[in-house]
Design a protein around this ligand. Structure first.
Ligand code: SF4
Length: 415
């Protein structure tokens, strides 16, 4: 049965991920044969991490594994001040590849804690980004994974509260939790700008808008990628079966049988960001119910293909080629938001480049929409639509362009 394959735009790499990967690539290039360590997975994608392992990069979850005096790169998800201090103690040269939009949330945590606020950080308790942000103000911060956590919070003064959020949450889930916080604490302060980043919002908006007209949604991304998992949940909530695959080898023929598509995959309804209910004897508050069962589709099968922010475009292209080879059909692109984003290179890497006579301006990091060719994707797009709408400009980064104000583009790592 032929496919009508819709490629969501935007999809895949965001500027923060592009920057983090380029930082490791350029560090390897600039240091020519020196050992390079990366603290945690540079981004949550097994192919990206595997490629760097093949180039000799060593990934560690404990700085004690990094020999004194070595070079270490901090991942896009950010680290706490305690990790930076430990790196200094061990005389490591650290290059901070934290996404500037994560750094923005760190800065908010520092500012509000200094002003005497307690911080309620909405996010996944064990996610590296949340651990890093909470580490900026550990005594002032409590993590909220679901409305069920609210009765357990230790609040000193309900008039000195602020909420912040992890950058890669589902906007729907975060909204439910924030509404519950506002009901519990009517005077809680909101962050000055949206913390959920432009890339997360735009990729979710594309799925929310396109999935209802599709029989199936395929998300390219790794299982430990928060924003990739959120995309499958949003599709399922729209009533469309969705599958998360690392690459084309994850495709299953049975997904493309009409009767099989009438059954949703085994995605449980999401009741909380985490997997626990911390209210004694309580039942987690449902954030959303079971997705509706889709109708059996008419031919051809319409498939939405998208990718999480840490998934390289060559994997998306590989999935396209595989689908075109197996089923044939057409590729369309659907533009929801055009992103044109540029982040700066971390200060330490700039210094290392200058020391070796390389002009950092020649190594700018820029993310644009991929060009689709028959050789790379197995077909060329038949139509290019421009149904922009859901995403909006906001503080922090302009949602449409993804541009970040100059004062948020780089963090203050040691130059
Ligand atoms: Fe930065 Fe957003 Fe990408 Fe995370 S998903 S690295 S916050 S742009």
């Amino acid at each position: 049965m032929p496919l009508r394959l819709i490629l969501a735009n935007p999809r895949g790499f965001c500027a923060g991920v592009r920057m983090a990967i380029d930082v490791v690539d350029q560090t390897l290039d600039v240091l020519e044969g020196q050992s390079v360590y990366v603290y945690h997975e540079i981004v949550h994608n097994k192919h990206v991490v595997g490629r760097f392992r093949g180039q000799g990069v060593r990934f560690v979850d404990d700085l004690a594994e990094v020999p004194e005096g070595s070079i270490v790169v901090f991942s896009a998800h950010g680290v706490s001040p305690a990790v930076r201090a430990l790196a200094d103690q061990r005389r490591l040269t650290w290059i901070d590849a934290t996404c500037p939009l994560v750094t923005k949330v760190h800065a908010e945590a520092i500012r509000y804690s200094r002003q005497g606020y307690q911080i309620l950080l909405v996010g996944h308790r064990n996610h590296q980004e949340v651990v890093g942000t909470a580490g900026e103000a550990p005594d002032a911060t409590q993590v909220v994974e679901s409305p069920a956590d609210i009765p357990c919070l230790r609040i000193n003064d309900p008039d000195r509260l602020v909420y912040l959020t992890q950058t890669t949450l589902s906007t729907d889930d975060a909204g439910v939790i924030i509404d519950a916080l506002k009901r519990a604490f009517p005077n809680i302060k909101a962050p000055p700008g949206e913390d959920i980043c432009y890339a997360t919002t735009n990729r979710q908006a594309a799925v929310r808008q396109i999935a209802p007209e599709c029989d199936l949604v395929i998300v390219v991304g790794s299982k430990n990628s928060s924003n990739s998992v959120r995309l499958t949940e949003i599709a399922a909530n729209a009533g469309t079966p969705a599958y998360l695959i690392d690459d084309g080898s994850g495709l299953r023929d049975e997904w493309f049988v009409p009767n099989a598509m009438a059954r949703l995959p085994d995605v449980p309804p999401i009741v909380a960001l985490g997997d626990r209910c911390s209210t004694p004897g309580g039942t987690p508050t449902g954030l959303r119910g079971h997705a509706k069962q889709p109708a059996v589709p008419a031919e051809p099968i319409t498939v939405l293909l998208t990718a999480g922010a840490s998934a390289p475009e060559h994997l998306v292209a590989g999935v396209c080629r595989e689908l075109m080879a197996r089923f044939g059909g057409t590729i369309q692109t659907r533009d929801i938001v055009d992103e044109d984003v540029e982040f700066g290179i971390p200060a330490t890497l700039k210094r290392l480049m200058r020391e070796r006579g390389i002009d950092p301006a020649s190594r700018r990091i820029h993310v644009t929409t991929p060009v689709i060719t028959r050789e790379t994707y197995g077909a060329v797009p038949l139509t290019v639509s421009a149904s922009r709408g859901e995403a909006h400009a906001s503080n922090g980064a302009d949602r449409a362009s993804g541009r970040v104000p100059a004062n948020q583009r780089s963090r203050t790592d040691p130059a």
